[in-house]
Design a protein around this ligand. Structure first.
Ligand SMILES: [Zn+2]
Length: 213
């Protein structure tokens, strides 16, 4: 559900005007909305008096069910009260979950952000990973690799792609198989920076394969 409210806004120069702001954004089945957000077009206003462009600060609840992402985005000015915001988020999330019909669908924690720009940055960085995942999908068959998918919320927590390469004939992923597959992949395309990073994390044991499963 996407909700917009008409609000009274003050531009950085102090001019008052009314504009419609999004306060709840659900991008499931609405890729255009996600694209607009990534492009930085959501809640971006132009003052009718002085013409200055700025992001209107308001609370936004962002939900992408497909990517297991719920973000509570507070205005930037709330950053000093981060602890209180976190407590409030937790309370509201638990309350919403209690009223949610199908609890099985949300088994991940919400993320706390300050300012819509932080949400935009997060979505852009995930978009970069998705671009690399598309390349993996394309080249995996050429390299006799198959793809394992881990949950989006786990991949976000670990800061790694959610699509991982593994040898075609293998049933279960282990550290050696993942390392070998990543090396094969990177040898073929050294520009897959997130996969290079994953390989480094595994070789330095900052991530164990048991964390991924
Ligand atoms: Zn103005």
């Amino acid at each position: 559900m996407t909700i917009s409210n008409l609000e009274e806004i003050k531009c950085p120069q102090g001019h008052l005007f009314e504009a419609s702001l999004l306060s709840a954004i659900s991008v499931a089945g609405n890729p255009e909305l996600k694209e607009a957000l990534i492009a930085g077009e959501i809640n971006l206003l132009s003052c009718p008096v002085c013409g200055e462009m700025f992001y209107a600060e308001c609370f936004i609840l962002y939900h992408d069910s497909e990517n297991e992402l719920i973000a509570f985005v507070y205005p930037l000015s709330f950053q000093e009260q981060a602890a209180q915001c976190k407590t409030k988020m937790k309370k509201e999330f638990d309350l919403a979950l209690a009223n949610f019909e199908d609890k099985r669908k949300i088994n991940y924690e919400p993320i706390l952000l300050f300012g819509i720009e932080d949400l935009v940055l997060l979505l852009r960085s995930e978009q970069n990973i998705e671009d690399e995942e598309s390349i993996l999908k394309y080249i995996a068959p050429k390299l006799s690799l198959k793809i394992v998918k881990i949950s989006p919320s786990l991949s976000r927590k670990l800061g790694i792609p959610k699509l991982l390469p593994m040898p075609k004939d293998l049933k279960e992923l282990d550290a050696k198989a993942l390392t070998d597959s990543l090396q094969t992949l990177i040898k073929y395309n050294p520009n897959l920076l997130h996969y290079c990073e994953l390989l480094e994390k595994i070789s330095k044991r900052r991530i164990n394969v048991s964390d991924i499963k």
